[in-house]
Design a protein around this ligand. Structure first.
Ligand SMILES: C[S@@+](CC[C@H](N)C(=O)[O-])C[C@H]1O[C@@H](n2cnc3c(N)ncnc32)[C@H](O)[C@@H]1O
Length: 270
């Protein structure tokens, strides 16, 4: 029998390839998976525009500035920024109302200029007020994390909290973040984690709930080194609903992808 490869088409979901995996279970040799189409970018931007006034309050309820503090201390950003001196550059992608940048400024000994991008104009307006209130100076710009308006290797630290889980292809955002990161610079991302609260967020915002293994695999695939991660405890009733990942861009050649595990964490990445 002659098989004409041209006529063989892979099965495709009617939703198309750009979906976000919500859950999957194995039954013997069967995998049952549920994927969901994410909000279109314009819808998501509209939702965050509408949420901008209450978001600073939401951030306070979940004590985000406190929650980000421990992983930010663990990721090595402080020493990288100290080495860079007064011209150190930080980019906060999807800055929202500024919690992550404010958390970083709270652990740095000296003030620096923060850069922030977000697709939501209204979020940026609130971020401007919040960072000023925190005594910081920031340069804010409306832009997509998939197309960051900065030159290659511009920043010492590039970070994003609770942004990548909105994207059907988070790896594309990681690639773009790494493009603007200097060799030796620190990448820091925090994402919603698989948990009861994470499922609630998934259902409400159509986001990923990322496993530790998944996040580490993404960073390893980007050839980063000194990869680390730890669960992040949010305030209120959310528990450990997020997980922070960090890594360094190799100074030269491909990364060694060494992974540091949190001391108490049971999840072991193969
Ligand atoms: C859950 S909020 C997190 C805000 C902030 N990082 C924090 O931790 O409080 C997600 C933010 O990401 C922004 N965002 C979503 N998709 C984006 C994209 N493709 N590019 C840039 N920002 C995006 C939203 O507008 C929103 O401000």
């Amino acid at each position: 029998m002659k098989l004409n490869m041209q006529t063989v088409r892979p099965l495709q979901s009617p939703l198309g390839p750009k979906t976000i995996p919500m859950t999957s279970h194995w039954f013997g040799s069967w995998e049952v998976a549920i994927n969901r189409r994410p909000h279109a970018q314009q819808d998501l931007t509209r939702r965050y525009d509408a949420a901008s006034e209450s978001w600073a309050q939401t951030s306070r309820r979940f004590q985000l500035e406190t929650a980000y503090r421990t992983p930010l201390l663990a990721c090595g950003a402080v020493s990288v920024l100290a080495d860079a001196g007064p011209d150190a550059r930080v980019l906060d992608c999807g800055i929202g109302t500024g919690s992550l940048s404010i958390a970083l400024s709270n652990i740095l000994p000296d003030p620096i200029l923060y850069h922030g991008i977000d697709v939501s104009r209204e979020m940026l307006v609130t971020a401007d007020a919040e960072v000023r209130r925190a005594g910081m100076s920031a340069q804010l710009e409306q832009a997509d994390i998939l197309s960051i308006p900065y030159a290659d290797q511009y920043f010492d630290v590039v970070m994003a909290a609770h942004v990548l889980e909105h994207l059907p292809e988070p790896q594309r955002a990681l690639t773009e973040m790494i493009r603007v990161l200097k060799p030796g610079g620190v990448l820091f991302v925090c994402m919603t984690r698989r948990s009861v609260f994470g499922t609630f967020i998934q259902l409400r915002w159509r986001t990923w709930a990322v496993s530790e293994q998944q996040g580490v695999t993404w960073l390893r695939d980007c050839h980063l080194e000194n990869i680390g991660f730890q669960p992040v405890s949010l305030g209120s009733c959310a528990g450990q609903a997020s997980v922070a990942f960090w890594a360094q861009k190799p100074v030269e050649g491909p990364g060694r992808a060494q992974i540091s595990y949190p001391a108490t964490h049971e999840d072991r990445v193969p």
